[in-house]
Design a protein around this ligand. Sequence first.
Ligand SMILES: Nc1nc2c(c(=O)[nH]1)N[C@H]1C(S)=C(S)[C@@H](COP(=O)(O)O)O[C@H]1N2
Ligand SMILES: [Mo]
Length: 200
Amino acid sequence: MPPITRGFFGRRPDAEPGRLPPGQYLTHDFPVLSYGPTPHTPLEEWSFTIDGAVDSSPSWTWDELTALPSEMVMSDIHCVTKWSKFDTAWRGVSLDTLLEGVDTEGEYLVASCDGGYTTNLPLADVTDGKAWIAYEYAGEPLAPEHGGPARLLVPHLYFWKSAKWVRKITLTLYDEPGFWEVNGYHDYGDPWREQRYQGD
Ligand SMILES: Nc1nc2c(c(=O)[nH]1)N[C@H]1C(S)=C(S)[C@@H](COP(=O)(O)O)O[C@H]1N2
Ligand SMILES: [Mo]
């Protein structure tokens, strides 16, 4: 078969074995899942802060954050309600960049958002190129319903860990469950091990 034909059919994402985590189905649209209304914080009032078990607590305005070196991220995302979306394209600042020069004894963190949503993560899951503060999606400013102006992006875990409208990351010494985690969702949320709910 000529390569062009093989490429055309062979690259159909839903035909790629092993790319969809167990129990997930592929979707091509981008569902919106928000608990509560979409906040609309003006960019002049927006800031992003790292605090908690840190020696110094850095904070960035919108202009400061978006002036930092950013990265293009292409990743598959997996929602606990069972949809997955392949090749989502983001731009954002790596947590590695934001945590540079921050000394901490914390091994966990809680991300807090406008609107009150929180989620917890091990620090090791947001370092070494695994997480970003994303502010563009598909080449456009991130839409408010998808977390704009900026959201946490942690694509290797279920998407509830990717906190929309994130404003703060608090480093903690102990694991402190967030909004869905106290309501029965798994503490860690690895889609490949199907860690949807507590006890999975
Ligand atoms: N602040 C906030 N972040 C959130 C949520 C939320 O309700 N509030 N929902 C989570 C869940 S369950 C999912 S699946 C994704 C959905 O992101 P999307 O609406 O961009 O698809 O955001 C996550 N981040
Ligand atoms: Mo979700």
